[in-house]
Design a protein around this ligand. Sequence first.
Ligand SMILES: O=C(O)CCC(=O)C(=O)O
Length: 315
Amino acid sequence: MNGRLDSSRQRRLLLDPFQEAKAESVSQEEVPVSVSLKSYVRDQVRRNAERFSRPLRIARGYGEYQKRRRVAEAVLPSASYDVNALQVEGYLRIEPPPALVAELVAASRRKLTDVPSLPQSRNKAFFSQLLESSDLAVDSPFMRFALDEKLLGTTAHYLGVAPFLESVELLYSKPIQGQPAQSQQWHRDRTDRRIIKVFVYAVDVTPRQGPLSLLSRSDSARVPELLFHYVPDQQMARYVEPGRTVALTGPAGTTIMTDTQACYHLGSRCQEPRLAYVAYYSSGFGYRPRERSWKVPEVARSGLSPLQRLALGSL
Ligand SMILES: O=C(O)CCC(=O)C(=O)O
């Protein structure tokens, strides 16, 4: 499905943006899953080696790290959502200003309608990431949401440092046949000691749209460390009763903050398409190099707060 939209497809998408991809659902068989002892050992070695890179990164960027700590300490409790719930449960439903959410939902839906073709994620048959670099100007609805001062303040409180914005994505999840694969299976994002992902649904999400589903921090802690990265349901059931899964359903605009490093999670087990915006924050000094560097024009920079500048890696 390449090329510009013909007018009949444009009409269909406008009438029901989710109908078309349903018809184009792909088969899970297209994603090869090879689980072997070799890949297990490679995964474990990589996981542990990556952890050791964090102190080295902090040593190399010590001045910036200290600045991130100072800025986080200066965040007032009133400028933050309930960080305690995040500490205890590992996730939190929040209610950002309704106008900000409505603008993001509308922009997300427009993006889906306007996209000339659904880009195929390299390794996940069920995902299309719809945002392009032109959507990520500092004043775009996608970035203004990610740079919301209260969201950054809460994340700073939780991480203990002013966060770095690793990525902003608009994920269109398609129904596919076959067994759950990759992030449709239980996993934790082992990329930093703590991270925050903020999900905003751009459509109503019921169990049919494959909600983000997770285990609380304490339930997640019951799962042994030495498992494969992706844990099938049957194996997870040995450690945590399936009934304890928290399926985060909700109407369009539902906004969830979660530490996907601490909490086992999965999602996109869709029977009907889902559209979700995801902003991902780390300390900027995690187990891996930063996912990207942001280019902030000088004129835009002067209008940003210290938290916003640090989120963009600009000191
Ligand atoms: O598709 C989903 O809801 C899960 C996404 C996920 O696993 C992640 O962002 O880490």
